[in-house]
Design a protein around this ligand. Structure first.
Ligand code: ATP
Length: 646
């Protein structure tokens, strides 16, 4: 039951005052229920967290407030993207909306006087198993970390897979072929070449890099090397390409096919490198509505090599299921930008895997092996304290899209480094490709007319009834990105204002119905239509003048659907930065709210800025930009400690 609805005044109370509220609640409710309801009203817990705890206490008979409070925190943190909670961390870094003092009052009321007593209560509970016990209980305790059982299992699946890879033997790699693929020599280390030699040596590898660092170029050469080696051995490879969203899959298809054209290899080898990428859901055989995929340990994927792009968007459950479905002999190559926002759902797998890679390179003997294969000077990068995971990782460190003088490149670099002064300096400089719009004193609304201007070309294409491919191209050249969903500067209001503005300018006849040029984004996967959350559709008449919503397929073709067939979607002249992951646009307008928000982090701004290929305009006040640049997202999991022990 949601007690907080009965007591709106909870919003106002602090932990020390909520004792009074016990008198207001119906008889028979314990102080833990009061605390949970108070914390729900404060936004620390969601209704679902409290319901879960109520079930645990009613059906499993758990009455220990220390356990129930920890369970609710575990559930709430999962909702915020964490895989687990750490009792020791929470003790000093309380959840958003609570002071340390308040948290301690709540915990004391739950019988917790220190971290050890909290841990002891959990260890004693019948609801908690203590690792390495395999007992299946709702929660698992590992040191001071507490997991919901299923998430502990996901993490273990990933860790066990990685540990198996660390023990595997290393493949022979054709160094001459690598030299052919990378004919150019320079004084600096060619990290693309190193990445190819590294990934070709292993069954599991990660290639990470910022925008334009040549991830696709590199991986296309890697696939070429693997194909050429397999031809030499007379064993053709089954290669599959995948990405988390339809858009990202379409982009991977496009980039692989253009990168292939430049390969200095025979047509036979080029033909054997596939171009067609699918979504991870489709690859695994999504059984929409069920959490289990058709492909799993019992029914593994039929492939020898799997390349997954945009891995920063892959959450922990999806990664665990993917790994589960990999045949033991097959190679898994993960590609992505470790510094981008983590997945919408729980975990930050790519960030955790590549946690120390900025500073830690390879174990010395591995650096020597790669040096022999590539003729690159890698000895200086040998590091005795590099953990086994470091062997699987290569970071591409040079951007070929943004040179030293590029505004976007410099802005992204400063943001990524958390260098607030550098960010502001870059915004104030006279780079052609970076613009800064500062809200005026007292401004409460976004400047819709200026934001809308970026769509002039698109509306012209709509007016001229250009074909859908041209329309799509025009739409993809510009995008307004918002940091938040709600409020005057949130995506919902901005889209509503934009539609109204387009209506007032005569571009839209009636914004309340479907109209030519309406742009929508699906907000749910739709198995029947073969469409995915995040897919973008543009409304235009077909040959018989019936309005249809056109979606681009991963192969670049278009499917037109009657608008009535779409159920869950939203207008997408503006989209959130989260939804823009996996896409790039020539020009981006990145709109920040005018009041501080916890979502304003360096990862969010970095992701938004790097969606722009040619031009970015940042709308926001300097204090918010400064604070975002120095705020880093932290997602708790056990992966970093397990993989990067030093
Ligand atoms: N070693 C190189 N030398 C010169 N140009 C390169 C090199 N590697 C990549 N490029 C060029 O840089 C651009 C970006 O390369 P690529 O698309 O492979 O990067 P990416 O990291 O996949 O980019 P994205 O940010 O779009 O994911 C392409 O035009 C590519 O041809």
């Amino acid at each position: 039951m949601d007690f907080s609805n009965q007591l709106g005044i909870f919003d106002q109370v602090t932990a020390s005052e909520d004792r009074l509220l016990e008198d207001l609640l119906p008889d028979g409710h314990s102080s833990v229920q009061v605390s949970l309801s108070t914390l729900q009203a404060k936004g620390v817990f969601r209704a679902i967290d409290c319901q879960w705890i109520e079930q645990l206490s009613q059906h499993a008979g758990e009455n220990d407030a220390a356990v129930l409070m920890a369970g609710a925190l575990c559930s709430a943190y999962l909702g915020a993207g964490h895989i687990c909670i750490d009792l020791a961390t929470i003790w000093t870094v309380p959840p958003e909306g609570l002071s340390v003092a308040d948290l301690h009052v709540f915990l004391e009321k739950s019988g917790v006087s220190n971290i050890q007593s909290w841990r002891d209560a959990l260890a004693k509970s019948g609801l908690v198993s203590e690792a390495p016990s395999a007992a299946e209980r709702p929660m698992v305790l590992v040191g001071t970390r507490l997991y919901l059982y299923r998430y502990y299992q996901y993490e273990q699946q990933v860790l066990n897979y990685l540990k198996r890879q660390f023990d595997r033997s290393v493949f022979d790699v054709d160094g001459d072929l690598i030299a052919r693929l990378f004919p150019d020599k320079s004084d600096k280390v060619d990290w693309q070449k190193v990445a190819v030699a590294n990934a070709a040596s292993l069954l599991f590898s990660v290639i990470s890099g910022g925008p334009g660092t040549g991830k696709t170029t590199t991986v296309t050469k890697l696939l070429a090397l693997l194909v050429a080696q397999s031809f030499a051995q007379g064993k053709p490879l089954r290669i599959e390409l995948a990405a988390p969203t339809g858009k990202a899959a379409a982009r991977l298809t496009e980039s692989i096919s253009s990168a292939k054209a430049n390969l200095p290899l025979s047509d036979e080898i080029k033909r054997a490198i596939p171009e067609q990428a699918s979504t991870l859901h489709r690859l695994l055989g999504s059984d929409f509505g069920r959490s289990r995929f058709k492909h799993n340990k019992e029914n593994p994927l039929h492939l020898d090599v799997l390349l997954v792009d945009e891995v920063s968007m892959v959450d922990l459950p999806m990664m665990a299921k993917l790994i589960d479905a990999m045949p033991p002999h097959a190679r898994l190559i993960l590609l992505g930008d470790k510094d981008q926002l983590a997945s919408v759902e729980a975990g930050s797998v790519l960030g955790d895997l590549s946690f120390g890679i900025d500073d830690v390179y390879f174990q010395p003997e591995w650096a020597t092996r790669l040096e022999n294969l590539t003729s690159e000077s890698l000895t200086p990068f040998g590091n005795v304290s590099a953990p086994p995971i470091s062997r699987a990782l290569t970071l591409l460190r040079t951007s070929y899209r943004f040179n030293e003088n590029s505004g976007i490149g410099s802005l992204a670099k400063a943001m990524n480094a958390g260098d607030a002064k550098g960010v502001l300096r870059c915004l104030q400089s006279d780079h052609d490709d970076v613009h800064w719009c500062i809200p005026e004193e007292g401004q409460t609304k976004a400047d819709i007319a200026t934001l809308a201007k970026g769509y002039d070309d698109y509306w012209e294409a709509v007016r001229q009834k250009r074909d859908i491919a041209q329309l799509y191209a025009a739409f993809s050249r510009y995008q307004i990105l918002t940091a938040v969903r709600q409020g005057e500067f949130g995506v919902e209001k901005i889209n509503a204002h934009l539609e109204l503005y387009f209506y007032q300018r005569g571009r839209v006849k009636d914004p309340h119905v479907w109209y030519p040029g309406k742009a929508v984004m699906l907000t749910r996967n739709d198995a029947a239509l073969g469409l995915f959350n995040g897919d973008i559709g543009l409304c235009m008449p077909d040959e018989s003048q019936r309005l249809r919503v056109w979606f681009m397929q991963p192969d670049g073709s278009f499917t037109g659907l009657l608008p009535s067939r779409l159920s869950e979607f939203e207008v997408v002249f503006a989209m959130t930065v989260h939804k823009s992951q996996g896409s790039e646009f020539d020009r981006v307008a990145l709109l920040l709210p005018i009041t501080p928000s916890p979502v304003l982090t360096k990862e969010l701004l970095y992701t938004g800025i790097t969606r722009a290929k040619k031009d970015v305009t940042l709308w926001g006040a300097s204090n918010l930009i400064r604070s975002a640049a120095t705020t880093k997202i932290q997602r708790y999991s056990g992966l970093v400690d397990a993989l990067w022990p030093n």
